[in-house]
Design a protein. Sequence first.
Length: 151
Amino acid sequence: MWYTYTTMKKDIINTDIFKLNEATSIAVHAATYMALNMDRFVGATEISESLKASRDHVEKVMQRMAKAGFITAKRGPKGGFKLKKNPDEITLLEPFEVFEGEVTKDIHCPLGQSFCGGKLCVIGKLFSKLQHEAVQFLSKITLADVVNGNF
């Protein structure tokens, strides 16, 4: 088993600050699993077993990734899913954005500008900076880096 979930809840992966949709987590981990198996198509059942995730949910995630052009899907007994590009050409941001959408770099005050006037918004500035740094980090780390333990 190459990975097991330790903080999985039904719909969201939680840390103290960040929340991550379960489909996004499955997409990133499935992409990493496919990067480990570039020589063949990998089935949804195999991926779901390795992630200890619902096969139906993995199948839906994989279909969405295929529709987005991120992976190739092949039907039949020798079918499954495969990355369209080499792992060293795919950043962690790519599968993330398939499910979360394009990540914006600016976050505005969650209380609205009427609270702080937008000039001294500590929360907006803090989370905007954190999000910018997260996007920079995710856009520099490739699936090859993950597979090789280089991050």
